[in-house]
Design a protein around this ligand. Structure first.
Ligand code: DC
Length: 226
């Protein structure tokens, strides 16, 4: 029987990575790991403790003291920092608007990269983020790079937010997404870039179902030739 493989899904903010990755994991009966949630959890903890978000050393020390964990739950996985559940908190604007700065710190990236590699070690994993195919799992058997226009991504985030009772105007979201793209693509450590061997998938005019179908097809083809 074929071993369970590693699937890396990268791309900019709101390209649909987590929605798609969750569904692909479900179809394949794989574990889903949201690495963005880990960067968000660190940001939440740093804000709580009043640590400067660009203080690489202090953030590194913070990470030695806290434990970030996931717990399977319906309708969505729960995220914890130590004993505190932060599933909702890590999606609030204060975290969203500060996470790029924290994610640019080398100590944070080194720590979380190691943790993510441990999680993925046994295979049977769909991991989404920005640097999974380039840095975290360079040997992943399937790498997907999802993109979509800024307008389309802002619209998706707007609809998601409305369901959660967050009322940020659409043009503000567009601006935030464009800024976050810039920061994520221009940071020094592990910037957001497509891995050479990743498959580019533009989801601007595709439905979620179509994207999932396309990725599942890619995975099945890959497993067949292994
Ligand atoms: O996917 P997201 O919006 O939840 O990610 C939150 C932030 O974390 C995003 O601004 C980029 C950063 N991130 C990262 O640098 N590397 C990852 N593997 C995942 C997320």
């Amino acid at each position: 029987m074929m071993d369970k493989i590693q699937i890396a899904i990268d791309g900019p903010a709101s390209a649909g990575k987590s929605t798609v990755a969750k569904l692909v994991a479900k179809q394949m009966n794989y574990v889903y790991c949201d690495t963005g949630a880990m960067y968000r959890a660190v940001t939440w903890a740093a804000l709580q403790k009043g640590i400067a978000l660009d203080d690489d050393v202090a953030l590194g020390q913070l990470l030695e003291k806290i434990t970030i964990s996931f717990q399977a739950a319906k309708p969505e996985q729960k995220v914890f920092v130590d004993q505190s559940e932060v599933t909702k908190e890590i999606r609030m604007p204060e975290v969203t608007n500060n996470v790029s700065l924290v994610a640019a710190q080398p100590s944070v990236r080194a720590y979380l990269t190691t943790k993510q590699q441990e999680i993925a070690q046994a295979g049977g994993i769909v991991m989404d983020g920005r640097d999974i195919g380039t840095t975290v799992l360079p040997n992943a058997q399937v790498k997907i790079f999802l993109v979509a226009s800024v307008k389309q991504r802002a619209l998706r985030r707007y609809k998601e937010n409305q369901q959660k009772g967050i009322n940020t105007p659409l043009d503000v979201l567009e601006d935030e997404i464009a800024k976050r793209d810039y920061k994520d693509s221009h940071r020094e450590v592990s910037p957001l870039v497509k891995a050479k061997d990743a498959i580019l998938l533009d989801t601007t005019s595709l439905t979620i179902e179509q994207v999932v179908e396309e990725i599942t097809k890619i995975i099945k083809n890959k497993i067949e030739i292994m």
